[in-house]
Write a protein of this length. Sequence first.
Length: 102
Amino acid sequence: MILSTQWRCSICLKQILYSELFTFYSKGAVHYTCFREYAKKSSIKSVDIMLEMLEKELKMIVDYKRYINEVSEDIKQLLSDNEKDAEKHAALLTKMIDNMIK
Ligand SMILES: [Zn+2]
């Protein structure tokens, strides 16, 4: 089953699916791959490093969301808290990259 989110990618304009990596930057929701392509144009080395870390955090979010309904209640809470931390980290990385390439 393919579940789409309520968001459209502000770069490629396609509907974003929950199975895809995505984040939010100053122009709205965006696929990770579209954002990476856009950010790579800057050729700042630190941007590459932060894009790599952002990808890891976004993968964590997808994995936490995937497993959260397969575990007991006590574990669910922990996974949910950790997932929120990953979302926070992803948001901070995206914001920093977005500011650096402006
Ligand atoms: Zn896109």
